[in-house]
Design a protein around this ligand. Structure first.
Ligand code: MOS
Length: 745
């Protein structure tokens, strides 16, 4: 066994073959005997009451088993604490079929259960509902006067409110040489993963369920089901090995889970509920947001005053927030700041985190504002970022645990060819098209929380690692295997990573770009414990050559425990296993940041984004012809899956800047383009040359692995870089996303 380190290798996804051959099973694909199918019925009004809901006729249809509404919903235990799941914002969690009240358009109001999906869906069209309509408000702009501070709650731990004002913004701004004043508008977006939300519940007897659920957190779904239905945690197993994209929409249990469990318990049958594409627009969204920035800078470009206010949408029942305005002062060390975030409760469903929630919104406004300063002063936009470069996070006055953003700027600019840019707007052309170069900065948190993992070595020397964590398509399975392999000194094919089962050791929801740091550290610790056990057993062997050695004096490599300063002295792990009498060796361990020291430094992942656009002025067509993102995210465990994460984010950045938006008709309170034909996203032909450059960054503070997470950073700098490139190409400053060609006319 000759084993090279696995960390740092661009290993292809270990489950890739299963996925491309169609053998990976998703939540809605599990077979079960006599499976019943549920189809959700959604309200067609935005607000009011159900006066009557007539299900008698459809109950007579052949194949229809039952119709659940608020009138006959089996009783639930509804944990009356406000947090029914790990990601619930402050407020009252939405309870499907709770009463006759309609709170938003598309609200689930019934579940038709039938012997086939088609029958359930057909019967659902025949349900007769009479509503009592009430007035509603869904327009953020029109209701801006009702904006208020959000309530704080548990989820605020990872979503800190804006820092307190510093210095004297008004005075400094008034006296600034350069003043900007920009109002930004962002529309609603929906996650639209390829895989629809689905839950298959296997009824295993009274009060005992095995649940295949589409989720970003198996234990989160387990907690929700146990709390809501009053079941014992141990009797609820949630399994979710493959997730066809979620992007945040699976951070909270979705209502198909509630529906499927409710029906299964009531009917004592196996039940599946799958949402269809239109229903995917009724499970949460990135909220529309209004922003106002006013930055003041001196004649040299130094930003000394920062005002950034965001007003986001929320539902009437929960105070959803994002981190929109906290970023500017983390990057640019102004002494005078005023940062505010308000929300407007409207008659919509609660927004839910969407990839880089708040970061992709706030950084757009911040980085476009920086571009404006650069143009007012005739300074190169990259130069302006360097003039305002800070080694500390001014908003907390803390040092960064590591920050290689300057290298991102410099190496990224070089590779992109930023020096080929002529600063003058409308000065670069290719044929009859205007060319624009734009750049922007990206920043996102580098967090970690508590995670657990188990390591089991079998008698043949192979190792199974277990954690309840999901792999939402990011490569978690692969990189956890790499981390375990290196910690144990084994080839990666000796490792089996078992995951996405709530019966396994604790993992939080997979999100916030914290999974590698959180679960990777837990896997590392579980492997360290296993090594320790092996070492003890090695010392206990008859005439052990390591009898007098200490754990810190040995390395675990190529299946041996080797004395560091005399590699001739070693013990074969196989000999330990042979002496262990065929028994397995098992350890479980946790990892969490040290609460006493973790907050002492600022922790963030950074990027510098460079974009070239081509604008056809006659046709108004905007094309991102090439883009480069340079990322500093600590240690990169797997350059291939990490690059994939950043590329996906970049494509989404193009989509956010140029394509996607859910349109709400405020007369109906309803999303009008709830389908993939009218909800625009980029197709293959919209995507050209994209490059990712990882900048080396050593960080011993964030965690022992030195990893920060790359799940969200890829999407953050793209929208402003594209907006700035469009300004450079056309001389038009556009403050609204998405930028459709009509805005250029
Ligand atoms: Mo991410 S929006 O935390 O899945």
């Amino acid at each position: 066994m000759q084993n090279k380190p696995s960390i740092g290798k661009p290993i292809s996804r270990l489950e890739g073959h299963l996925k491309v051959t169609g053998s990976a099973k998703y939540a809605g694909e599990y077979d079960a005997p006599d499976l019943l199918y549920g189809y959700v019925v959604n309200s067609t009004i935005a607000k009011g009451k159900i006066r009557s809901i007539d299900t008698a006729e459809i109950k007579k249809l052949s194949g229809v088993i039952e119709v659940f509404t608020h009138e006959n919903k089996p009783s639930t235990a509804w944990f009356d604490f406000q947090y029914a799941d790990m990601d619930a914002p402050p407020g009252k969690v939405f309870k499907p079929l709770n009463d006759n009240e309609i709170k938003y358009n598309g609200q689930p109001i019934a579940l038709v259960v039938a012997e086939t999906f088609e029958m359930a869906r057909y019967a659902a069209t025949k349900i007769k509902v009479i509503y009592e309509k009430e007035d509603f408000e869904t327009d953020l702009q029109a209701n801006i006067g009702k904006a208020r501070d959000p309530k704080k709650g548990l989820a605020s731990m990872l979503k800190p409110p804006p820092p307190k004002p510093t210095g004297d913004f008004e005075k400094e701004y008034e006296n600034s040489f350069v003043k900007t004043d920009g109002k930004f508008t962002h529309g609603t977006e929906h996650h639209n993963p390829m895989e629809m939300y689905a839950t298959t519940v296997i009824y295993e007897g009274k009060d005992k369920l095995k649940i295949y659920d589409k989720t970003q957190g198996t234990i989160n779904s387990q907690m929700y089901v146990a709390n809501v239905f009053g079941l014992k945690m141990k009797n609820v197993q949630v399994i979710s090995p493959f997730v066809g994209g979620a992007f945040g929409s699976g951070l909270r249990p979705q209502h198909q889970l509630f529906m499927a469990v409710m029906a299964s318990l009531a009917l004592k049958r196996n039940v599946r509920v799958t949402l269809d594409r239109a229903q995917m627009y009724m499970i949460g969204h990135r909220p529309p947001t209004l922003q106002h920035t006013k930055f003041g800078a001196d004649a040299n470009g130094k930003v000394n005053a920062i005002y950034h206010k965001a007003t986001g949408e929320t539902s009437r029942f929960e105070d959803y927030v994002e981190i929109v305005v906290n970023w500017a002062n983390m990057l640019y060390p102004a002494e005078n700041t005023l940062l505010e975030h308000e929300i407007v409760p409207l008659d919509v469903y609660s927004p839910i985190d969407m990839r880089a929630p708040g970061g992709s919104t706030g950084m757009h406004a911040i980085e476009v504002t920086m571009d404006e300063i650069a143009y007012q002063l005739n300074i190169d936009p990259l130069q302006l970022r360097l003039i305002n470069y800070s080694e500390i996070d001014k908003s907390s006055d803390k040092e960064y645990s590591s920050k290689e953003l300057k290298e991102c700027y410099l190496k990224g600019a070089k590779k992109f060819g930023w020096d080929q840019r002529n600063h003058e707007p409308r000065s670069m052309k290719r044929g009859n098209k205007l060319i624009g170069y734009g750049m922007a900065t990206g920043i996102w948190d580098a967090n970690r929380i508590l995670g657990r993992a188990e390591a089991i070595m079998y008698s043949d020397g192979k190792v199974e690692i277990k954690s309840a964590v999901t792999d939402i398509g990011t490569g978690t399975l692969t990189i956890m295997s790499q981390i375990a392999a290196d910690e144990l000194g084994l080839p990666i094919d000796y490792i089996k990573f078992s995951y996405a089962d709530s019966k396994m050791p604790f993992a939080p929801i997979q999100g916030g770009s914290f999974t590698t740091a959180t679960i990777g550290s837990a896997v590392q610790n579980a492997c360290k414990s296993l090594n320790k056990k092996l070492f003890k057993k090695a010392q206990g062997l008859k005439d052990s050559v390591l009898k007098d050695a200490k754990l810190k004096d040995v390395v675990f490599k190529d299946g041996f425990i080797i004395l560091k300063n005399n590699p001739q002295i070693k013990i074969n792990v196989q000999d330990i296993l042979a002496a262990n009498g065929g028994k397995l060796i098992k350890t479980t361990n946790s990892a969490m940041p040290n609460p006493l020291t973790y907050g002492k430094k600022a922790r963030a992942v950074h990027s510098a984004v460079f974009v070239e656009v081509e604008v056809d002025e006659q046709l108004g067509v905007i094309e991102v012809t090439r883009a480069l993102t340079a990322v500093a995210a600590g240690k990169i465990i797997n350059p291939k899956t990490a690059e994939s994460q950043v590329l996906g984010g970049m494509i989404w950045g193009i989509s956010k800047a140029l394509h996607e938006e859910t349109i709400l008709d405020h007369r109906l309170g309803k999303y009008m383009n709830a389908n993939l034909a009218e909800y625009h996203i980029p197709v293959h032909a919209d995507i050209n040359d994209l490059q990712v450059l990882f900048i080396e960054e050593k960080d011993e503070f964030v965690n022992d692995l030195g990893v920060k997470g790359v799940g969200e950073i890829g999407g953050i700098g793209m929208p402003p870089a594209i907006t700035n490139a469009i300004f450079h190409a056309t001389g038009k400053r556009i403050y609204e996303l998405p930028i459709h060609f009509d805005r250029l006319i």
